[in-house]
Design a protein around this ligand. Structure first.
Ligand SMILES: [Zn+2]
Length: 161
């Protein structure tokens, strides 16, 4: 799972006041910050992100369905103990490669879900949208390889989404 604090966005990534001539422009810039994208285009974005990830990371994605939803279901939110000020960008559900034994067969595919509406709340333009989708995908695939958050965060340092 990749969580982001909604509150931080406003502080860290919101447009700063001095970029704008007056308060009215500033307010409009905040209101119009959320971007729109159709489900079809979002799906294409995921495919493109997957394409751009290192092949050594994506080549072994066996029995993994990559999908997207709008936001976590109430069940998922409860299970993950999500708080109101947190955005869940992506979720990996399944049996990581490192825990698959000889008995691993005839099981349901793992699932990676990218949460479109949550990511849209964070992205201020299409470039950033793509970067977040790619980062989220990378993060969830890392879980598929059995990495925990401590290990992921060590590698994640270079992501600037
Ligand atoms: Zn995670």
């Amino acid at each position: 799972m990749l969580l982001r604090k909604l509150k931080n966005k406003k502080v860290v990534q919101g447009p700063s006041l001095h970029h704008f001539g007056n308060v009215k422009d500033y307010i409009r810039s905040i209101v119009e910050m959320n971007i729109n994208i159709t489900d079809e285009d979002f799906e294409k974005l995921i495919a493109k992100a997957l394409d751009e990830l290192p092949k050594e990371q994506t080549a072994n994605l066996n029995n993994v369905a990559i999908t997207f939803g709008s936001s976590p279901t109430p069940d998922q939110a409860k299970k993950l103990k999500l708080r109101g000020d947190s955005l869940l960008l992506g979720l990996y559900e399944g049996i990581p490669l490192t825990r698959r034994t000889g008995n691993y067969s005839l099981v349901l595919p793992d699932k990676i879900t990218i949460f479109k509406d949550q990511i849209l709340k964070l992205a201020k333009d299409k470039t950033q949208l793509f970067a977040i989708v790619k980062h989220t995908l990378w993060h969830e695939i890392a879980h598929f390889y059995g990495l925990d958050h401590e290990q992921i965060h060590k590698i994640e340092g270079h992501w600037k989404t």
